[in-house]
Ligand binder design. Sequence first.
Ligand code: LLP
Length: 392
Amino acid sequence: MPYIPSSITQPKTPLQAMPDYSQMQTPCYLYDLALLRETLDIASRSARQYNYQIHYALKANNNPALTTLISSYGMGADCVSGNEVAEALRIGFPAKEVVFAGVGKSDSEIQLALKEDILCINCESLEELIVTEEIARNMQKAAPVAIRINPGVEAKTHKYITTGLDENKFGVHLSQIQEVLDFASQSPWLKLMGLHFHIGSQITSMEPFEKLAHRVNELWTTLEMDKRGGILLNLGGGLGVNYQDPTGDPIAPFDEYFGVFAKNLKVPSHVKVRFELGRSLVAQCGKIITRVLYTKKGINRDFVITDAGMTELMRPALYQSKHHITNLTSELPEQIYDVVGPICESSDVFAKDISLPSTSRGHILAIHTCGAYSESMMLHYNMRDKAGFVLV
Ligand code: LLP
């Protein structure tokens, strides 16, 4: 079984057709490259119908085995740190298809973005724009910028992954946007490319996207983006996936998603429309494979204690998210369990009161839909070893 410690960035071991779970070093991330390819095929085909460009959000998963494949589909990259920009370029995403967002870019990160001639910096405040202008002047190189607007559209998702409301730190508020655009339009050291939006993540209804499209139409006109030379419209990411039924519904509804924008968006045809998809491209191709260390009798409950914990999958502790869990090595009658990790935190719980085939020490469990925001959010807490990954 090709087990690749995550610190080794270029996997050299051949792919395995059928994993032998009993031999697997656990916990580990297991990625199904065939499913990733199928997802990328469908997403690209769907976006191409409307001449939309997809930028892959590296924050979802920066494992080179995945990013290399994704970049081969002609997608751009969406980065949120200097290291992500450098990694995207190293993997082979063209600089002119790399965008860089984030509310707290450091000077050196801005310098890197300018030096590497990326497509644009998504600026999130007037304060950041002033610093970017100064850096650009010092480097004698105009900075391409898109202004991230906080559009006040409710994403109807978990509070911690909603980004487009007044209370969120992201983007420029509508009341300040005119001033920010005027500053960007007037400076010789800033090249205003267009507008950027991102309302949140794991959005499973199309309604917020439809609202976003209408808000964008309004703003493009009232902010006179054509007069200002706007050629780029970046609508962010956010398309959700099915955590309840990952096997029955493994591919996000890309046609419906892009279709909503194609139907509702009204911007001039020379404006290039871009999306920053993370979760919807990679979530379902990844699982965490974990070994049962103990089954423990509790008071009115049975615990299954796994060798994976919140260090490998932080989402349940952070967002109360629920990931589907299966026992890959037992077909015994079902029982009710709480599945918990080994970390010294009461929030280190993957699932409460779920039904699994009777489980005992040594069994192997799969935690599904862990291709996004799992390996990339790995923690070193409790001095845990870094989990590796396996490709099938
Ligand atoms: N663009 C921007 C500006 C973003 O902030 C994000 C995600 C994306 C694109 C990609 O969004 P996606 O297509 O993946 O929804 N750790 C959380 C999710 C945080 C999302 C952060 N921003 C989770 O595990 O649910």
